[in-house]
Design a protein around this ligand. Structure first.
Ligand SMILES: [Zn+2]
Length: 292
């Protein structure tokens, strides 16, 4: 079993799919006093208790698309799609991460789901099929093109993220953008026509030159930057020989169980590497591996 839920998992809302298609009932729920998630762009606003702030639906910007997030204890929750510009400009990332680090788990899951959905709407205002403007439908869980009748659905991109084990050691890699001494699980998008297991084997071979045989699913995590499903796996390698492709990653190394234990114990100065942050599923995968 994995230790605890990864960040952004454990969404507490009733997604109430039946209401999405019931336009009359949804319209009743969308009154001016209904709860609207307070955001600036896609940055959450937190109250003094470090919880998500909620305003009134009546305060949504004029003409904004509004999505139905679901029901919390029977109460409908909504969020408005940012109306202007890039919903997630680079300068807001620090603010977003500061908020993410403070929110309780269930609120983080509500925010993550809302963020992915809003970001998708903000970037899919036009039909990918014919180029005409699309309209929000099904409470925000669909967009319809009135011109060519195409229907578009919020996307989630699968990413395989894997620990690779051989003779009791673990293969981890680092990207040049990582903080100094940080190593994490290798990862990559699952490509069209590929199974998860095939994606794990291909990515590990491309990045580290290591052949993986058996692949085991461990756990998954929704990751709202912008909308990935991280699929955590354990792959079993056939040999410790490495051939790192430095055009893909900066470095990859094998670490012993003691190395991983020290890194997770935050003995930062003496540990041989710095582990991924606790919000990342890679952190949970390392903890899980230590319990095996
Ligand atoms: Zn169209």
């Amino acid at each position: 079993m994995i230790i605890g839920l990864p960040a952004f998992a454990g969404h507490p809302l009733d997604r109430a799919d039946r209401l999405r298609a019931d336009a009359a009932r949804l319209a009743e729920l969308m009154h001016a006093e209904a709860r609207l998630l307070r955001l600036e762009g896609l940055v959450p606003r937190l109250d003094d208790d470090r919880r998500l702030q909620w305003g009134r639906l009546g305060d949504a910007p004029e003409g904004a698309d509004v999505v139905f997030l679901g029901l919390l204890a029977g109460e409908a929750l909504f969020a408005a799609v940012p109306t202007e510009g890039d919903p997630d400009p680079a300068y807001t990332r620090r603010e977003t991460w500061a908020a993410v680090g403070q929110l309780p788990a269930e609120e983080l899951a509500i925010y993550g789901g809302a963020r992915s959905l809003l970001d998708w709407h903000a970037r899919h205002r036009f039909c990918a099929n014919c180029g005409q403007p699309t309209m929000l439908a099904k409470g925000g869980w669909q967009r319809d093109c009135p011109a060519c009748k195409a229907q578009h659905f919020p996307r989630t991109d699968p990413v395989a993220i894997m620990l690779v084990e051989c003779h009791g050691q673990l293969l981890l890699g680092r990207q040049s953008r990582f903080p100094p001494r940080s190593f994490s699980a290798l990862a990559g998008f699952v490509e069209p026509g590929e199974t998860i297991e095939e994606a794990v084997r291909r990515e590990v071979f491309e990045e580290a030159g290591v052949r993986v045989g058996e692949v085991q699913y461990v756990a998954s995590q929704p990751w709202p930057f912008p909308s990935q499903l991280m699929i955590g796996c354990l792959g079993h390698a056939e040999s410790l020989e490495l051939r790192v492709d430095t055009s893909e990653i900066e470095d990859a190394r094998w670490f012993t169980r003691d190395d991983v234990a020290e890194a997770l114990a935050k003995e930062r100065d003496s540990a041989s590497f710095v582990p991924p942050p606790r919000q990342a599923i890679a952190h949970h995968l390392l903890q899980w591996w230590m319990e095996q």
